[in-house]
Design a protein around this ligand. Sequence first.
Ligand SMILES: *[C@@H]1O[C@H](CO)[C@@H](O)[C@H](O)[C@H]1NC(C)=O
Ligand SMILES: *[C@@H]1O[C@H](CO)[C@@H](O)[C@H](O)[C@H]1NC(C)=O
Ligand SMILES: *[C@@H]1O[C@H](CO)[C@@H](O)[C@H](O)[C@H]1NC(C)=O
Ligand SMILES: *[C@@H]1O[C@H](CO)[C@@H](O)[C@H](O)[C@H]1NC(C)=O
Ligand SMILES: *[C@@H]1O[C@H](CO)[C@@H](O)[C@H](O)[C@H]1NC(C)=O
Ligand SMILES: *[C@@H]1O[C@H](CO)[C@@H](O)[C@H](O)[C@H]1NC(C)=O
Ligand SMILES: *[C@@H]1O[C@H](CO)[C@@H](O)[C@H](O)[C@H]1NC(C)=O
Ligand SMILES: *[C@@H]1O[C@H](CO)[C@@H](O)[C@H](O)[C@H]1NC(C)=O
Ligand SMILES: *[C@@H]1O[C@H](CO)[C@@H](O)[C@H](O)[C@H]1NC(C)=O
Ligand SMILES: *[C@@H]1O[C@H](CO)[C@@H](O)[C@H](O)[C@H]1NC(C)=O
Ligand SMILES: *[C@@H]1O[C@H](CO)[C@@H](O)[C@H](O)[C@H]1NC(C)=O
Ligand SMILES: *[C@@H]1O[C@H](CO)[C@@H](O)[C@H](O)[C@H]1NC(C)=O
Length: 590
Amino acid sequence: MAALPLLLLLLAVASLGHAADPYAFFDWDVSYITASPLGVPQQVIAINKKFPGPIVNITTNYNVVVNVLNSLDEPLLITWDGIQHRKNCWEDGVLGTNCPIPPGWNWTYNFQVKDQIGSFFYFPPLSMQRAAGGFGGITVNNRAVISVPFDTPDGDYTLFIGDWYKKNHTDLRKMLDDGKELGVPDGVLMNGKGPYKYNDSLVPDGIEYETINVEPGKTYRFRVHNVGVSTSLNFRIQNHNLALVETEGSYTMKQNFTNLDIHVGQSYSFLITMDQNASSDYYIVASARFVNESIWSRVTGVAILHYSNSKGKASGPLPDPPNDEYDKTFSMNQARSIRMNVSTGAARPNPQGSFHYGNINVSQVYKLRNEPPVTINGKKRTTLNGISYSPPETPMRLADLYKKEGVYTLDFPTMPTDGPPVVGSSIINATYKNFMEIVFQNNDTKVQTYHIDGYAFWVVGMDYGEWTENSRGTYNKWDGVSRCTTQVFPGAWTAVLLSLDSPGVWNVRTENLDTWYLGQETYIRVLDPAGGYNVTEMVAPDNILYCGLLKDKQKAQKPHGSSGLASSAAALNRHLLAVLVSLVVVAFVH
Ligand SMILES: *[C@@H]1O[C@H](CO)[C@@H](O)[C@H](O)[C@H]1NC(C)=O
Ligand SMILES: *[C@@H]1O[C@H](CO)[C@@H](O)[C@H](O)[C@H]1NC(C)=O
Ligand SMILES: *[C@@H]1O[C@H](CO)[C@@H](O)[C@H](O)[C@H]1NC(C)=O
Ligand SMILES: *[C@@H]1O[C@H](CO)[C@@H](O)[C@H](O)[C@H]1NC(C)=O
Ligand SMILES: *[C@@H]1O[C@H](CO)[C@@H](O)[C@H](O)[C@H]1NC(C)=O
Ligand SMILES: *[C@@H]1O[C@H](CO)[C@@H](O)[C@H](O)[C@H]1NC(C)=O
Ligand SMILES: *[C@@H]1O[C@H](CO)[C@@H](O)[C@H](O)[C@H]1NC(C)=O
Ligand SMILES: *[C@@H]1O[C@H](CO)[C@@H](O)[C@H](O)[C@H]1NC(C)=O
Ligand SMILES: *[C@@H]1O[C@H](CO)[C@@H](O)[C@H](O)[C@H]1NC(C)=O
Ligand SMILES: *[C@@H]1O[C@H](CO)[C@@H](O)[C@H](O)[C@H]1NC(C)=O
Ligand SMILES: *[C@@H]1O[C@H](CO)[C@@H](O)[C@H](O)[C@H]1NC(C)=O
Ligand SMILES: *[C@@H]1O[C@H](CO)[C@@H](O)[C@H](O)[C@H]1NC(C)=O
């Protein structure tokens, strides 16, 4: 091996901090490619020409360095759903913390997956881009010293399910800007592919579908993520049990399901044993929930589970969905039955249940109520507690750092108000080390899923009707699951608890893209009055981008998108980085 690349490798590792933990390097070019998942050619967002993007397969405490080149024609960020970026919101990749990467520019994320395990995904969070792709998996494996509460599976598959439109994200955006609804999606994709032709009148010829190849008798881990726009999906595999073992970073009490509802933005791991006699292939199905089947029949994703000894193609009707189109009780009961395995270790050797969240006194309470879309200043908008969020042009922590006042306000109401809805940049004022209770009250007519960046929260309660203080009597104070994305049924509430142990500004949002785009989000500003920047919170990285009120501080980058003419120096750098990546990967494998 040549001495120069080795030297570069050592320099790269030495210069990036957390040097004791291993590094994983990725070099991504985010661009449009043409794909026809539903038979109609359209521009989808790909990473290194792949749709879905590559899986970031790492281990607890790894440092992850991702150099993202924006070869789209619009600003880009990548956010890492469920990755906690402890005390380091600078790498979170949302508008409250980062300036978007301009077209043709690159920006390098550098973060540690401290004390985490589990199945998550990344995606482009700006202005509906996820509706065009750009997503991929994040798999954080246990360190070898910590045992996993089940036998090592024989294989590991990641499956992205999600509703899909033939219209591209720019057209979908325009519909929302014009006050229209997106309407019924055109299908459900699985790993970026359309449905298997299970029904001649519903599926046209020539659609490429996903096939999962398996061996009889073996057990596989399936990591399933709903990366869609806005549709809750029922997931099931014909004749096979789904043994649920993990939700977004915590191990659950192992439990069999024949089907499970997976709402937008949620991730689950199942162990699936190939215990059928392979008289044929089997259907893997994700179908729309709580809708009129005769109108939504096309909104069904179908992939194929193929045994190596299969005797023929899958045929006949799909396995039945739950027979309760307009009754969400079954779905809520399923969700409530998911329990954390409190006795197993996860990222750390001590058991997951050792935090005893149920014994901690709550110090701050917020009840966040959404409502069906409203009209504000002639525009259709969505709200939380009557506020429709408008992202400031200057990221909030950057504004703090440079003492730019008035960029945002810390006056987010603790309870729903009856005043007229307004557009604003109002966020939650929270204190480091407090213990917060957030109640999501869904006054809308469809399921919304809520996500909090930077944290996992305990889901302690979920029920119909209006939450009141008495509702606390029903909370699960012992083995509620800790996760980052929870569903809230219409006309119902979900309560979560979170321990504010990571200062910064952290996005609270609905994962349903249309509702999010129209303003249903805010942030939690977690401040350590005794510490703050550079004490309990990490300093901004050297490569931070500036924009908004601070745009004059930003040096222009020479655009070097894959579509434009790459300067030879940038091309050389990229080549060197690619060499580094392969070297580091080699170093890890050995
Ligand atoms: C989206 O589709 C419209 C036509 O419907 C087209 O004008 C536009 O360029 C497309 N945008 C992208 C990013 O492909
Ligand atoms: C992911 O990494 C783990 C640990 O290094 C390895 O065992 C596994 O085979 C990898 N999985 C995939 C899908 O590459
Ligand atoms: C852009 O990529 C180059 C390598 O191609 C790298 O040296 C540089 O640090 C990156 N810029 C940023 C802002 O991350
Ligand atoms: C819970 O975790 C323990 C310890 O790893 C394991 O032995 C047990 O099987 C798990 N229980 C369930 C129901 O998953
Ligand atoms: C195919 O789907 C159509 C429309 O939902 C339905 O009427 C028909 O019975 C299905 N055909 C088969 C063979 O299941
Ligand atoms: C769960 O499903 C597996 C595989 O089908 C089966 O072997 C096991 O007995 C089931 N467990 C329970 C508790 O039903
Ligand atoms: C097993 O295969 C036979 C035909 O080979 C079929 O008749 C039978 O239904 C299959 N059983 C199961 C459980 O799939
Ligand atoms: C479902 O849609 C069909 C077609 O529009 C309609 O005839 C039927 O009444 C609807 N069913 C329900 C329960 O709303
Ligand atoms: C919680 O509050 C109760 C009543 O105010 C108090 O008695 C108890 O000591 C507190 N517990 C903790 C752990 O602070
Ligand atoms: C935020 O909360 C802290 C602690 O309660 C308080 O001292 C501070 O004044 C609040 N800030 C604003 C702007 O309300
Ligand atoms: C929304 O709130 C209103 C007023 O409190 C209430 O009458 C209505 O039932 C609520 N709707 C849902 C779906 O929660
Ligand atoms: C952070 O603190 C260190 C040590 O106290 C100091 O050298 C450094 O200049 C500080 N950095 C910033 C950006 O404030």
